[in-house]
Design a protein around this ligand. Structure first.
Ligand SMILES: [Zn+2]
Length: 157
């Protein structure tokens, strides 16, 4: 169930100020999107377990299928700096008139790196953010066990 306020009963949900900060950063980075084809700019802000925040924007391509969504940009950027543990994600479509949820492909990638009870916020330019969790966005994720059983790769110090 999606709500406009933080859900209760999820221990890993960040405080409301984290939601506001993440949504603001997602909106800010959306201005850097490369979206000449759709003109639909999206940003994402990823709260890492260490408290840092990594952002990403959508990067389109004239071969449309190669477009990279903001959520995957942020996760790729974070992993590229050695971060692998995340606690929340905000997605903001600043050209949307409704809170913008992640697409199906991004939900799969999000579930690789964020636990099922991690908060995911959908934002747009105006409306209040919608709060959900990874488990709500991708329920019955039987591949979770596969990710959990992946060979351990040491994190960078
Ligand atoms: Zn996506």
């Amino acid at each position: 169930m999606l709500t406009a306020t933080p859900l209760t009963g999820h221990n890993s949900l960040p405080a409301m100020d984290d939601q506001e900060r993440l949504c603001r950063m997602a909106r800010d980075v959306a201005r850097k999107a490369y979206a000449p084809y759709s003109r639909f700019r999206v940003g994402a802000a990823l709260l890492c377990e260490d408290g840092s925040i990594v952002t990403g924007a959508n990067v389109e391509n004239r071969s449309y299928g190669l477009t990279i969504c903001a959520e995957r940009s942020a996760i790729s950027a974070a992993v590229s700096t050695g971060k692998r543990r995340f606690v929340a994600l905000a997605v903001a479509g600043i050209d949307a008139h409704y809170p913008l949820p992640p697409c199906g492909a991004c939900r799969q990638v999000i579930s690789e790196f964020l636990p099922a009870d991690a908060a995911v916020y959908f934002c747009c330019a105006g409306s209040p953010a919608v709060t959900s969790t990874v488990g709500e966005l991708i329920p019955f994720d039987s591949l979770t066990e596969l990710a959990d059983s992946a060979p351990h790769v040491p994190e960078r110090p």
